[in-house]
Design a protein around this ligand. Structure first.
Ligand code: ZN
Length: 140
């Protein structure tokens, strides 16, 4: 049976720290632009639509659906080799943004476009007091 992908510790910087710390708490922390109201992912210093720097962070619902996906049957690079076959997907969050992620706790043959999913977090190595996790999704 395939093992879970063991993700490396993310390299957080000042733009992405709120995201990774949120994941460490089991939360998806997104950015909303207070000028044009768009919700964006990935985290940035400015709004990707209007370039305003008036952004706020908020905790998203953690729910979404599979926008598109592929099943990877061969990948010789660790840590993926032991996890084959696995589902690599774009999940569209309820709040709008899409993110590339894995679908876990799901038979790869049963994944479908539009399948409702919920965030699930894998803790990664803690360093310097940082508690980070990598978000994946599982069927709701
Ligand atoms: Zn904006």
């Amino acid at each position: 049976m395939a093992q879970e992908i063991q993700h490396p510790r993310p390299a957080a910087d000042w733009e992405t720290r709120a995201w990774w710390e949120g994941c460490g708490r089991g939360e998806l922390v997104l950015q909303r632009c207070n000028t044009c109201d768009i919700v964006q992912f990935r985290p940035r210093a400015v709004c990707a639509k209007c370039l305003s720097n008036d952004l706020e962070h908020f905790v998203a619902s953690g729910r979404g659906h599979i926008y598109t996906f592929t099943v990877t049957y061969q990948n010789q690079l660790p840590p993926f080799r032991e996890a084959c076959p696995y589902v690599l997907a774009y999940v569209e969050l309820e709040e709008g943004p899409r993110l590339m992620t894995n679908i876990v706790e799901c038979d790869p043959e049963s994944a479908t476009v539009g399948m409702p999913v919920v965030a699930d977090f894998q803790a990664v190595e803690s360093k310097h007091g940082d508690v980070f996790a990598v978000p994946r999704f599982r069927p709701e």
